[in-house]
Design a protein around this ligand. Structure first.
Ligand SMILES: *Cc1c(COP(=O)(O)O)cnc(C)c1O
Length: 402
């Protein structure tokens, strides 16, 4: 049975991003199904003992066990790699499984990590707790300050870890400078690209070595499953990450892989429309709130850098209200359409108070240093009609005294 051309890199290399998002990685069974099949199997059987031995030795093609390979999961991995422009990709059970695996697979006791201070809360927890417990030291820097990255380098620095835009401060890190600096020092740069995905920003084009994802966010995009992904060179993904994850087991379930495959088909459409909606809602809010941070608005302090790296401003922004937690909560509690929820990238509009949810575990001092203020609220703009979102915000802001 003919495999889909989606597995042939000499063909997919010619495809434009929207085509890859729909077709890259597709692997057809002998039924010739058009939509990707869901292979809910933990193991595989072999025609004879020699075939089993050959597959385990890596001498024969074919799968052995779903902790290492599964056809549905592999389709997703191939599609993400081709969309990202990476040689290889492996997926994990969640974004945090991806972030933990990408760090632990390459860091050892005595190594040094430089990480952005403004990171997703659990990423900070892994650095402060797990890595520290195993003798891996970290220097935290203001990701906007190029000279801080340079000054933090030590002879034993192995990895740079950052996200841009950062959650929820919307700090933009200069990918070309930071990843170039890492490369010049033999340091591996790892960029968490969850806020954007390849539809809006492709860190490999700016010199990043590894791109890591929570695929729970824009890739699924409809709030259904947790998933993670890591992309990079074949040597890194299959040489370093794969041995770690096939033996420790934080792998993605085939059902969840299939759901994300369906999400990717509409990723570009959703990312573009949600970005447009976010800009429209953001423009309305500029005249109503003291401060709004959206990379697509010229009022963002790093608007020019954001415009260089990102195709558009993305689906997320943060606002800072003068009335602290009380006013932030009053705004959330007055919403009629927008949900109070900490997810992002969803097709539904969602709003949260990071200081008491996503960044609760960082503690008050850590939050202050990162710029996560009590009066900050973060919004993910979905696919609803932006005029309905503006009307909901208009009435909720009035109730919160704005
Ligand atoms: C959500 C998120 C994660 C963690 O992903 P999960 O899928 O929730 O485990 C990591 N980094 C960033 C930037 C995120 O937004």
């Amino acid at each position: 049975m003919k495999r889909s051309t989606g597995q042939d890199r000499s063909i997919t290399a010619k495809w434009r991003p929207a085509t890859r998002a729909v077709r890259a990685g597709t692997w057809r069974s002998e039924q010739g199904e058009t939509s990707e099949a869901m292979f809910l199997t933990s193991g595989y059987s072999y025609d004879d003992a020699a075939t089993a031995a050959g597959r385990f030795a890596g001498e024969l093609p074919g799968m052995t066990y779903s902790r290492t390979q599964n056809p549905s999961v592999q389709m997703l991995e191939d599609r993400i790699a081709m969309m990202e422009g990476a040689e290889a990709c492996r997926t994990q059970a969640s974004g945090m499984a991806a972030m933990t695996a990408v760090l632990l697979c390459q860091l050892s006791a005595g190594d040094h990590l430089v990480a952005a201070r403004a990171l997703f809360g659990p990423c900070r927890w892994v650095i402060d707790n797990v890595l520290a417990r195993f003798g891996i030291e970290t220097t935290l820097v203001d990701s906007r300050d190029n000279s801080a990255w340079e000054a933090a380098i030590r002879p034993n620095t192995k990895v740079f870890f950052l996200e841009t835009p950062a959650n929820p401060t919307m700090d933009i890190a200069d990918l070309e400078f930071i990843c170039g600096l890492a490369r010049a020092h033999g340091i591996t740069s790892v960029v968490d690209n969850a806020f954007c995905t390849s539809a809006l920003q492709r860190p490999l084009e700016f010199g990043a070595d590894v791109v890591a994802y929570s695929a729970t966010k824009l890739m699924d995009g409809q709030g259904r499953v947790l998933a993670g992904a890591v992309c990079g060179s074949d040597a890194f993904i299959n040489g370093k990450l794969l041995p770690f994850q096939r033996n420790t087991g934080p792998v993605l379930a085939p059902f969840n892989a299939w759901v994300v495959l369906k999400g990717l088909e509409t990723l570009e459409l959703r990312a573009q429309r949600q970005s447009e909606n976010a800009l429209k809602v953001g423009q309305f809010l500029e005249s109503r709130v003291p401060r709004i941070l959206h990379p697509g608005l010229p009022s963002h302090p790093q608007y020019e850098l954001a415009s260089k790296q990102m195709d558009s401003g993305g689906t997320i922004f943060s606002m800072i209200l003068d009335g602290g937690r009380e006013q932030a909560w009053a705004l959330l509690d007055a919403l009629e359409l927008i949900d109070i929820s900490n997810n992002i990238g969803d097709s539904r509009s969602l709003m949260c108070h990071p200081a008491t949810t996503t960044h609760h575990s960082v503690g008050p001092e850590g939050r202050e240093a990162m710029g996560v203020y009590e009066g900050m609220v973060r919004m993910n703009v979905g696919l609803e009609d932006p005029d309905d979102l503006i009307e909901d915000l208009d009435q909720a802001l009035a109730k919160a005294g704005l």
